[in-house]
Write a protein that binds this ligand. Structure first.
Ligand code: SF4
Length: 219
């Protein structure tokens, strides 16, 4: 008999490429800076179970894009999907893709939409700090200063949306975080164990694949 789980594994399998110092991603800047540093120096193979979770997230995003471009939702117009955005200076490049750019017809307003799937949307009380940073970066890089983070429940398609105001100071701080990450990588210096020392980031350590290494302050 066919093993369908195996077929899915085969279908979504992809070779993981090592990350290159000097090329960064908006999705990682809100994470613990030490963890991001480790991911450049000690890349982990992405487990098939995690790839499946990513794939489920992609499916949710496709669904949201279908809703936004549907003829049955005339109040919004989907202008772009997966729009590439890039920030570059003399030392490094940051590049990523914003999920959707929509036009709110009544208000004539362009809005960036970052979609995040979740297991239980009723537990989502506010936008995740890392997601907000990611969106702030996109707003800064695109010059579109209206943004929302849309959480969608994978089990029942319920959603929660958070409007994020562009904050120039915050946008600049994000660039500073990339600068700090870059400097630590170039100088081969281990950054501070940020999540351990920051109250609303402590939960990240529980899911961190580098926690033993971090505990020993090992490079
Ligand atoms: S264990 Fe916590 S502080 Fe250490 S790298 Fe992981 S997330 Fe950061």
């Amino acid at each position: 008999m066919i093993d369908f789980n195996k077929l899915i594994d085969q279908h979504i399998a992809r070779a993981s490429k090592p990350k290159k110092v000097g090329r960064y991603y908006p999705s990682e800047i809100g994470r613990c800076i030490r963890k991001t540093w480790y991911s450049y120096n000690h890349p982990h193979v992405v487990e098939p179970e995690l790839l499946k979770i990513f794939e489920a997230g992609n499916l949710m995003h496709d669904f949201v894009a279908d809703v936004l471009k549907s003829e049955k939702t005339p109040e919004v117009e989907l202008l772009k999907v997966e729009m590439p955005l890039r920030f570059e200076n003399a030392k490094f490049v940051v590049s990523g893709r914003i999920d959707d750019v929509i036009l709110l017809k009544m208000e004539g307003k362009l809005v960036l939409v970052e979609v995040k799937s979740t297991k239980n949307v009723s537990f989502v009380k506010k936008a995740n700090r890392a997601h907000v940073m990611q969106l702030q970066f996109y707003m800064r890089a695109s010059g579109i200063y209206n943004g929302v983070i849309l959480y969608i429940d994978k089990t029942n398609l319920q959603t929660k949306m958070f409007e994020i105001k562009f904050d120039e100071k915050n946008g600049n701080q994000i660039i500073k975080r990339f600068e700090s990450l870059h400097k630590h990588l170039i100088e081969k210096k281990l950054p501070v164990a940020e999540a351990k020392k920051t109250e609303d980031m402590k939960w990240m350590c529980k899911f961190c694949e580098y926690k033993e290494r971090c505990e020993e302050n090992k490079k």
